[in-house]
Design a protein around this ligand. Structure first.
Ligand SMILES: O=P(O)(O)OC[C@@H](O)[C@@H](O)c1c[nH]c2ccccc12
Length: 274
């Protein structure tokens, strides 16, 4: 049994419990359910965007505790001030130490920023949760869904006004699950069996992602030179968590990466001032 299998088994139990305590009709009455979501894709692909999706992550199965001190509102606001384009907030509790309250706090603290609900979506009910908790973007992980699920869930997300980030690890996942109701394709550099990360996965797969999708490289990124290599290969966005969260001041870590990265980018010469 892989870690992903364990996470999914646990998630199925959790989702059934949540459905019993909070029916869909209750989620649909929550104030943020009526909110008009923001476009993560535009925020990432804008001319002066850093493309960084900055993640709030307390722990992970591969690294254990990364940061159990950081405050979600302060950290996410700091991320945005330091140049992040989009926020990613883990809502999985057992394996990543996140909660729905984290997402809600990030939403409240950052009303103008697109936010990704980072979780393992296996049931359309979780799309209603994402909307009710204030997310703009959801993650669908090809490794734990059938192509039919990806199609169905992404269409339902679209109907709710939520954008979709489809995460793939290899050519087969990409070829089998990519569909028009997806907005962004994320290549995860982390091998979920061995936990090792290699940007070769991203460099290999980027050619295969049609230009109609935003292209995101995910995991194991911590230096501007690697980001610039990936940018030149065709990526618009970078999903980064641990490199920031493992420091005492995650926003400061992001700021110094942004300074280093943008100094290499022609479109940024003197244009990024915050
Ligand atoms: O902390 P990192 O190595 O910068 O990675 C961030 C993000 O890509 C990673 O947390 C992630 C990618 N896909 C996921 C799916 C579920 C949970 C977490 C993830």
């Amino acid at each position: 049994m892989t870690i992903l299998d364990k996470i999914i088994a646990q998630k199925r139990i959790e989702v059934e419990q949540r459905k019993a305590t909070t029916p869909a009709s209750v989620l649909e009455q929550m104030p943020d359910f009526k909110r008009q979501p923001l476009s993560a894709r535009e925020a990432i692909q804008g001319l002066h965007s850093t493309g960084i999706i900055a993640e709030f992550k307390r722990k992970s199965p591969s690294k254990g505790i990364i940061n159990d001190q950081a405050d979600v509102a302060i950290t996410t606001q700091g991320y945005i001030q330091a140049g992040a384009a989009v926020l990613s907030v883990l809502t999985d509790e057992p394996f990543f130490g996140g909660t729905p309250a984290d997402l809600q706090a990030a939403r409240l603290a950052n009303p103008l920023t697109p936010i990704l609900r980072k979780d393992f979506i296996i049931d359309p009910y979780q799309l209603l949760e994402a909307k009710a908790w204030g997310a703009d973007l959801i993650l669908l992980i090809a490794a734990c869904l059938t192509p039919a699920d990806v199609l169905e869930f992404s269409q339902q997300a679209q109907d709710l006004g939520l954008q979709v980030l489809l995460e793939v690890h290899d050519e087969d996942e990409l070829d089998q699950t990519l569909c028009v109701s997806v907005d962004l394709v994320g290549v995860n550099n982390r091998n979920l069996k061995t936990f090792t990360t290699s940007i070769d996965t991203s460099l290999r797969l980027v050619e295969r992602i049609p230009d109609t999708f935003g292209k995101i490289t995910e995991s194991g990124l911590h230096d501007a030179e690697t980001m610039y290599t990936l940018f030149r290969a065709g990526f618009d966005g970078f999903l980064i968590g641990e490199a920031f969260m493992k420091t005492a001041d995650p926003a400061a870590a992001l700021r110094s990466l942004v300074t280093d990265f943008t100094s290499r980018m022609p479109t940024f010469a003197n244009s990024f001032t915050s």
